[in-house]
Design a protein around this ligand. Structure first.
Ligand code: HEC
Length: 130
């Protein structure tokens, strides 16, 4: 019995550690800003919609926008434009997509979200998109 305890403790610690590292990703808003400006904005400016400033929405609006994941009035998703496969498809012509080619999708999405929230109308540093 006695010898089982340290093992149980070790298993518990490992599990705790794993759940902490999964939830404790510290979003990099600077990387989010680079990606937003280089990938998202570069498409928007080429479209009738034009550039979309982070300061066009509030923090709450950006949170629910990312959560809902309905891009272009629901025609596609935000995630699709953050995905590795999308980055791979444009990386020959887009430096940010090339530079962040291997970043996990969820981390990059968190980075973009952090930038949008920071730059929101009521955010820490309201930002334009360029
Ligand atoms: C390939 C082009 C393209 C890329 C890349 C792109 N968008 Fe868009 N986006 C559009 C178009 C087109 C619209 C306008 C759709 C409309 O009004 O019908 C739009 C609209 C939006 C809107 C306005 C609300 C809505 O969804 O209609 C937001 C916010 C937005 N995009 C965020 C993003 C973010 C964040 C990224 C990058 C992760 C991104 N977009 C990448 C083409 C793009």
């Amino acid at each position: 019995m006695k010898s089982a305890k340290p093992i149980a403790a070790a298993v518990l610690l490992t599990l705790l550690g794993a759940s902490f590292s999964a939830s404790a990703y510290d979003a990099d808003w600077k990387r989010g800003r680079i990606y937003y400006r280089s990938v998202c904005t570069s498409c928007h400016v080429a479209m009738p919609v034009g550039s979309i400033n982070p300061s066009a929405k509030t923090m709450a609006e950006w949170s629910s926008y990312i959560q809902a994941d309905k891009h272009a009035k629901g025609k596609d998703t935000v995630k699709q434009y953050v995905s590795k496969s999308y980055r791979a498809s444009i990386k020959s012509a887009n430096k940010a997509a090339e530079k962040f080619a291997e970043v996990p999708d969820q981390e990059l999405l968190d980075d973009i979200k952090a930038f949008l929230i920071k730059g929101a109308k009521d955010g820490e540093a309201p930002a334009s998109c360029s």
